[in-house]
Design a binder for this molecule. Structure first.
Ligand code: ZN
Length: 334
């Protein structure tokens, strides 16, 4: 009897290992997977201008084959408990935890008095539900790992199966960000070739740094600014390479990828942080799953909608105690 149950346990272990984080449908989600592309500091009107001027064919095809929502906001509800600075610390905290400052506590890029441990990164919650899932995060703004991913660990246990933290040279004052974005692209392409991620976050920083006039002295956050639009174009080209790697996966036809792309905030002149429409108005592209046909959505949601939309695609339950948006991003009504 004892031998039998040990044998049964061994078989079960083998089966569950074989079914998790393999290619095609051999994962915990029946082939469903998620790629989240984060473009720092990208105004909605500027992304549209880049798409319309032919600078952003990859984002344009995501919108054309999938769906685009240009009514998304950063910064929480003005005057409410969720109001937060339109800065990267609070913004990426919201995109990755699904909650606002009233819960994650992040008020600035210093992350003082954050409550990320109580409101962790959505990939921690994926691993809680499916310990054999493969979650990966590739960033060159390392605060995302230092202050959002690492404090999300339960009892210090790493939940990211692949974690790339690249740090541009501080002496170059962010002018080297395009090179570091290209390195992120290289790592994402390799990961999609060599591993079988269930959830992958890929972050690009040069659009924001161009808005701040760091990559190009003539840059600013504007839909009319050529350096800023060109930076969006360069990130589009990197995104195209990541999408090509995804589509080149040997079992791609059996995989059901939800591709989401969004930003943490917009910008005005050469800065951001306040609550003007130029800083608050952002965007979300969704491609795959039920998001198809080129529909323009108008859900007027915050970028907090990213984690519940991912959980819905993966078929994972959401605990109301987490405080996430009750409605995920919805495809167009039929
Ligand atoms: Zn910025």
């Amino acid at each position: 009897m004892r031998t039998l149950s040990l044998l049964a346990a061994a078989i079960f272990t083998t089966l569950s290992t074989a079914s998790a984080s393999g290619p095609g449908k051999e994962n915990d989600f029946g082939g469903k997977r998620v790629l989240l592309i984060g473009v720092d500091g990208c105004r909605a009107d500027a992304l549209r201008a880049a798409m319309e001027s032919g600078r952003a064919p990859a984002f344009r095809s995501l919108a054309k084959e999938g769906c685009a929502d240009w009514s998304v906001f950063a910064g929480g509800e003005i005057g409410g408990a969720t109001e937060q600075a339109t800065k990267s610390g609070p913004g990426w905290s919201t995109v990755l935890t699904g909650v606002w400052r009233d819960r994650h506590g992040v008020g600035s890029n210093k992350f003082e008095q954050h409550r990320i441990a109580q409101n962790p990164h959505f990939m921690r919650r994926i691993k809680d539900a499916k310990p054999s899932a493969f979650c990966a995060s590739l960033v060159n703004w390392v605060q995302i790992h230092d202050f959002i991913a690492d404090p999300s660990r339960a009892d210090g246990a790493e939940f990211l199966d692949a974690k790339v933290s690249l740090r541009p040279d501080p002496a170059k004052h962010a002018s080297d960000w395009p090179e570091f974005d290209a390195m992120i692209r290289d790592r994402a392409v390799a990961l999609l070739r060599d591993k079988n991620p269930d959830a992958l976050f890929v972050y690009f920083g040069q659009v924001d740094e161009t808005g701040h006039a760091e990559v190009d002295r003539a840059g600013k956050f504007s839909a009319d600014n050529v350096p800023y639009l060109d930076a969006i174009g360069r990130v589009d080209a990197l995104t195209a390479d990541v999408l090509a790697a995804l589509r080149a996966r040997p079992h791609f036809a059996e995989e059901d990828w939800l591709i989401l792309a969004t930003t943490d905030h917009g910008g005005i002149h050469t800065d951001h942080g306040k609550q003007t429409p130029d800083e608050r108005n952002i965007w979300l592209l969704a491609h795959g799953g039920p998001f198809r046909g080129g529909a323009v959505l108008d859900q007027k949601c915050g970028h907090s909608i990213v984690p519940p939309t991912i959980f819905k695609h993966l078929g994972l339950a959401i605990d109301p105690a987490w405080g996430w948006d009750k409605t995920p991003l919805l495809p167009p009504a039929k």
